[in-house]
Design a protein around this ligand. Sequence first.
Ligand code: CU
Length: 93
Amino acid sequence: MRTLLLLAALAGLLPTPALAEWVSARVVRVDAERGRITLRHGPIRSVKMAAMTMGFQVADGLPLQAYKPGDRVRFSVVEVDGELRVSKIEAVR
Ligand SMILES: [Cu+2]
C-alpha cells in the first residue's frame, strides 16, 4: 500500500520525457566543415515554426558528409541558447 502511494506520487511529479519530434526536410546545402546544413523543412510543431528553408547548426559530432542537396531527410531539433540546432538527422528513402 505504501509503495503504491509512493508510486502514485512519483507519477505525478516526474516530468514527461520529451518526445523527439521528427521533422521531414529536403537538403538544400551542406557545409560539413562548419557543421551547418540548410534544410527546406516542414512545420516544427514543438517550437511552432512554419515550413521554410533555413540554415541550422548541427550538434557537435553529427556527421554531415553523407548528405547532399536534394536528399530527403528527417531531423529533430533542440534549442541551445535560444537557437535551434539539429540534434538528430537521418536519410529517408
Ligand atoms: Cu525554420
